[in-house]
Design a protein around this ligand. Structure first.
Ligand SMILES: [Zn+2]
Ligand SMILES: [Zn+2]
Ligand SMILES: [Zn+2]
Length: 261
């Protein structure tokens, strides 16, 4: 079956966001809205369904800005604070649905959520409202959501492990220092590929603009977008240096992908 997916970039920034607290560098002071980066997340929408990848500490602001009215599922890449700490802010979406919101992650990520948000999982009744979620662990199998298969793709994040997702002819890979060979094999024939590209200088747990460009060269997606960007990257200056089919993502960017079932 044919679907038209819309990927909305809710946040394109690194863990501390841009501008960064206490910083007066030219990017943090930039008036270009593309240099204002909330924490990294995308929303994938099709046929009236909304699937969120990660709940950042900026999630409330991101959901209001993108006017998200409904949330059908959350997929987690990993358990770092910049990707999970907005989980409590999904509560308003529970008001509009009877069923809990399904939340998918690897075993370690779901364990991490249980520790970090122990109050959500506390079996005792609470006077205060808590997110109503149902956790579901994925291993290597695809997560099937409303006719689209989200394939978890293992990635190395320093010595840690994260997951990217391929869905139809698009893939979203944040937070990685290396892409393992088994994952590279599953990134062929893409229309759209998102990659971690923190900055130019090397970093132990993140990819760089140079490494991301090398992956684009190797994998040849029709279009590529770089994300998880820090304040060393001035949007206008770096965008100008990139090949025509490669772009820096920015908050609010919407990309449409046509995909066959
Ligand atoms: Zn991150
Ligand atoms: Zn700065
Ligand atoms: Zn991380």
């Amino acid at each position: 079956m044919h679907h038209r997916l819309t990927i909305t970039v809710l946040g394109s920034g690194t863990s501390v966001g841009v501008p960064t607290i206490g910083c007066a560098c030219e990017v943090c002071l930039s008036s270009d809205p593309r240099d204002r980066r909330l924490r990294p997340s995308v929303l994938v929408s099709w046929d009236g369904h909304n699937v969120l990848i990660d709940t950042t500490p900026d999630f409330r602001q991101q959901a209001l800005r993108a006017a998200i009215r409904q949330l059908d599922a959350v997929l987690y890449t990993h358990g770092h604070a910049d990707h999970i700490l907005g989980l409590d802010d999904i509560r308003p979406f529970n008001f509009h649905r009877a069923e809990p919101i399904p939340v998918y992650g690897s075993g370690p990520t779901i364990e991490h959520l249980r520790r970090t948000f122990s109050y959500i999982f506390d079996p005792h009744r609470s006077e205060s409202s808590r997110p109503k979620i149902e956790t579901r662990v994925f291993d290597h199998q695809a997560v099937e959501l409303f006719g689209i298969a989200f394939e978890p793709l293992p990635l190395a994040h320093g010595t840690g492990r994260t997951y990217g997702f391929r869905f139809g002819s698009a893939a979203y890979l944040t937070d990685h220092s290396e892409i393992p060979a088994e994952t590279l094999e599953r990134l062929q024939g893409l229309d759209v590929l998102f990659l971690d590209a923190l900055r130019h200088r090397p970093h132990p747990t993140h990819s760089t603009i140079g490494k991301a460009l090398a992956h684009v060269e190797q994998l040849k997606p029709k279009r590529a977008f770089f994300t998880h960007i820090c304040h060393e990257v001035m949007h206008a200056a770096v965008e100008r240096e990139l090949p025509p089919h490669v772009h820096l993502a920015y908050d609010g960017l919407e990309i449409t992908v046509e995909t066959g079932g």
